[in-house]
Design a protein around this ligand. Sequence first.
Ligand SMILES: *[C@@H]1O[C@H](CO)[C@@H](O)[C@H](O)[C@H]1NC(C)=O
Ligand SMILES: *[C@@H]1O[C@H](CO)[C@@H](O)[C@H](O)[C@H]1NC(C)=O
Length: 494
Amino acid sequence: MAQRKENIVMFPFMAQGHIIPFLELALQLEKTNKYTITLVNTPLNLKKLKSSLPQNSSIHLLEIPFNSVAHDLPPCTENTDSIPYHLFPKFLQATVSLEPHFKKLISELVNEQNGQKPLCIITDMFLGWCKETAHEYGIFHAIFIGGGGFGFACFYSLWVNLPHRKTDADEFLLPDFPEASTLHVTQISPYLRATDGSDSFSVFYKKLLLLWKDADGILVNTVEELDKIGLMYFKRKFGRPVWPIGPVLLSTENRGGVGKEYGISAELCRKWLDTKPYSSVLYVSFGSQNTIAASQMVQLAMALEASGKNFIWVVRPPTGFDINYEFKANEWLPRGFEERIKGLGQGLVVHKWAPQVEILSHTSISAFLSHCGWNSVHEALSHGVPIIGWPLTGDQFYNSKLLEEEIGVCVEVARGMNCEVLKEDLSAKIELVMNETEKGVDMRNKANDVKVIIKNAVRNEKNFKGSSVKAMDQFLNAALIMREMEKGASKNEV
Ligand SMILES: *[C@@H]1O[C@H](CO)[C@@H](O)[C@H](O)[C@H]1NC(C)=O
Ligand SMILES: *[C@@H]1O[C@H](CO)[C@@H](O)[C@H](O)[C@H]1NC(C)=O
């Protein structure tokens, strides 16, 4: 009889940007054919997830209930995508109510399996409290950071230490992470900049982050060779193993299904790109959750037009409007902009969503003007595309810093949703990167080197295992060792 497969339980935070890397990690683990994978979430999220699982997937989806109304949130709120930003703190705090349900779920899972426990529980960085349940049952518990090591090391250190509150200077170092070098106050999200750490949300948030130290280890969606100092920070901080297993990237066929509709078909996009010369097109996108101010949007439009470069620009309504709302070109873009660039064949303005991976993998693409969200960063670098950084919030500021200062594949062009941007500055940076300038050539060369590094990190051959493959093996081994020790311990008790 075939031995029963070990069960791995995974629990992402209820936000698309968290669920997507968890899903990809789940699919990656499933491919090894050694594990049963159980993804835990609330009903509406699972419904969406189900439709994006490949038909032949055997990943189990297990529901836990969440009553948003009981937490003073709008009905059927189960994902940060469906709430305005100011409700995020309330939503995050409400997710603690999932703990007893999670415990019950694990207890039932153990009972159903005749006492055989899951091999490990992998939970989100925002769900560190799952370790209580994991440790009660003697199950290995890892936190999975879907973002980068450096980005989250800066983010973590800022929240835990609030160094910007202890100085009047605009620039400062992180006390427990001087290796990150100087940060500037404009690299901190408004909420974090304003708080002195004593309001109830900040107290809660810091407590949530401090739970990371109780995990048995941390999985990071990154590549060791590119992210050494960020990984070092967590190892030093927690004295626990840190496993860089990235990039976990959603394969193209799954990406479309995660509840998104493209504003343009992949085929039309490819056909348009086919008509453009090699390395001549700028791709512009600020990701699914972010947008820029209306005044910034106008400057960007004028810069793109003035640069004369080909471009594909994914537009969303500017700040202050519902990001999922219809885009009103005649209100938010310069008069006649769309018609002109269409007439010239210079650009495609895509509403809502574009098939990003298809675009970035096309040889006509030269650079990516990006908010530096980690998925976008991986998707650009896996295809050797250099980045023009315009980070908007959270870890994006530190991703941009890492890419520019440590890796050399990015120039930052603007920062945040409130900064003043001028079309002259934007087009100068666009030309610097896309023209045959010394800097532009250097960035493209480096981006191609990084592409090879990423490719090697995930190589899994008989005689060669990349760093990310090795890290995954080490993580699974650590879980197995704990399982064996638990077995030994319970035998001794008998
Ligand atoms: C599902 O099918 C795809 C495509 O044929 C294959 O690559 C993948 O390994 C399959 N997955 C499972 C779990 O069988
Ligand atoms: C970039 O190239 C364009 C067209 O060849 C040229 O007009 C512009 O001055 C160049 N800019 C830089 C910064 O080299």
